[in-house]
Design a protein around this ligand. Structure first.
Ligand code: FAD
Length: 319
């Protein structure tokens, strides 16, 4: 069976759910080999083994400090060298800002085809076939790399992680980073502000606020906290400066697919739907009974979110 490289997405060894999704997809295509860059490989090992990594290639930052001192270019070079050794049949990377930049640079280096933002990947004769959702989710296209090792960035929630216990061996790997890759240096890095809430793309429940909040996300956050949910926002709310862009859901924000999505004061524009319409259960709170979001929902509440959400929060907190 051919090897499929999966670049591990983690923070100090805590593996993100997207990596479990990538490993699940990789198993459809061949033998998943995880590439771990940074510190914390031992902490990451159980999660990588749980989802079927047959081997972990570890590029520790002790022997390769360039991998965290500089921006993404060294990581692309490192992956190029791992690919030269492993000769994988495909390389899977998470579709986030860093992952997509690494993938693009790697594709140039390997002179290989690149497909970004896949929402599904299946095995086929002659290489993996990907599905992408385009034009705000109105069309799906299927694509295949026809030149070189397919490099595919996969969106969060493209697969349900399926466990397949393995005991992967760890192989330390040293890379040589060129001076050209060291032209941009990280001088300071701050961990993202800890909100205590789950990561937006990994949360089982999301409560999102839109222009209807009038800039007051207090009721949205309180309801989210009562449910242990993440907070999301529409672009109108983000563009108004009411909530950071990292929390925007939609075509130009994050794609989410939680068990429960609550849209409060959000009209349901096509670009917003593109990021949340695959949620399992959708609930909307909107004071306009004609709001387009009601075409999409499983449950709708017509009312002022500033009254409905505090009442709902109180009820949930009582239980
Ligand atoms: P509005 O459309 O203004 O809706 C506000 C809603 O709140 C209304 O339905 C109103 O009835 C309701 N409301 C008002 N007051 C209350 C209250 N007190 N209680 C309850 N309900 C109330 N949008 C995204 O969200 N994500 C994207 O990624 C995105 N990408 C885009 C990309 C492009 C290229 C373009 C052109 C647009 C994009 N948009 C995106 C913008 C999108 O078209 C909409 O403008 C945006 O989603 C509207 O946000 P909203 O629903 O919060 O605001």
């Amino acid at each position: 069976m051919s090897n499929v490289l999966v670049l591990v997405d983690h923070t100090a060894g805590t593996v993100r759910k997207t990596t479990a999704e990538l490993l699940t997809i990789a198993r459809r295509l061949g033998e998943p080999v995880a590439v771990f860059i940074g510190e914390g490989v031992q902490e990451a090992l159980p999660a990588l083994g749980q989802y079927g990594a047959t081997k972990v290639i570890a590029l520790s930052t002790q022997s390769n400090p360039e991998l965290t001192q500089y921006l993404v270019a060294p990581k692309a070079e490192a992956l190029q060298q791992v690919a030269a050794k492993v000769e994988p049949s495909a390389i899977l990377i998470s579709s986030n800002a860093e992952g997509k930049e690494i993938a693009a640079r790697l594709a140039v280096k390997l002179e290989a085809g690149l497909i970004t933002d896949a929402v599904d990947v299946t095995a086929a004769d002659g290489g993996p076939v990907t599905t992408q959702s385009v034009f705000a989710g109105n069309y799906t296209v299927q694509a295949k790399v026809t030149h070189g090792t397919p490099i595919i960035t996969v969106k969060p929630n493209a697969a349900t992680p399926e466990a397949a216990e393995t005991s992967p061996e760890v192989e330390e790997f040293d890379v040589t980073i060129s001076d050209a890759a060291k032209t941009a240096r990280i001088t300071d890095s701050k961990p993202r502000e800890a909100t205590g809430r789950p990561e937006l793309t990994e949360a089982a429940i999301i409560v999102s606020g839109g222009r209807g909040t009038g800039g007051d996300f207090g009721p949205v956050e309180a309801f989210a906290d009562s449910l242990g949910a993440a907070v999301g926002a529409s672009r109108a709310a983000v563009d108004s400066g009411w909530y950071p862009h990292a929390y925007q859901v939609g075509q130009t924000g994050k794609t989410v697919s939680p068990q429960l999505y609550v849209a409060a004061g959000i009209s349901g524009a096509i670009q917003h739907r593109a990021g949340m319409q695959t949620s399992k259960t959708i609930v909307a709170v909107n004071k306009d009974p004609e709001a387009p979001i009601f075409e999409l929902v499983d449950f709708g509440v017509v009312g002022d979110l500033h009254k409905v959400l505090p009442t709902a929060t109180e009820e949930v907190t009582k239980r």
